[in-house]
Design a protein around this ligand. Structure first.
Ligand code: SF4
Length: 129
């Protein structure tokens, strides 16, 4: 039985609405969208929805108690809650460099979690070593 779905493309700020006709998991037709990327987004969103994730993890001895981190690639949407729970258990230690892997192969997905910034010791920053 055919089913109609509307998907909002989030690839760019325009946020086009695309109408999709599908039968079970098979996409029959995609209408609308301002460019070809919308079609690709809809196919990926229906087959394997993913999102970039940016959050923070605890870090000891640094300028701040939390280090901003992000996924190296879009993460499976259905596993984001588990990823955040895993990251809440982490406690890093300084120093950490921007782009450094702070968690490899998160949840066995093959996707690493990277530091968004460098975090030095408080003393190093103030030149008090
Ligand atoms: S379909 Fe194209 S123009 Fe529309 S939101 Fe997606 S990327 Fe942007």
């Amino acid at each position: 039985m055919e089913e109609e779905t509307r998907v909002i493309c989030i690839t760019c700020p325009k946020g086009c609405a695309l109408d999709v006709t599908r039968e079970g998991a098979t996409v029959l037709e995609i209408r609308g969208g301002g460019c070809k990327r919308g079609q690709e987004y809809v196919k990926a969103e229906l087959a394997d929805p993913r999102r970039m994730v940016a959050t923070t993890v605890r870090i000891r001895g640094g300028l701040h108690p939390l280090l901003p981190v992000y996924t190296a690639a879009p993460f499976p949407k259905g596993r984001i809650a588990d990823l955040l729970a895993e990251l809440r258990t982490l406690e890093l230690r300084v120093p950490v460099k921007m782009g450094e892997v702070v968690l490899k192969n998160a949840l066995g997905t093959g996707i690493d979690i990277l530091a968004s910034r460098t975090m030095t010791r408080l003393k190093e920053k103030n030149g008090e070593m």
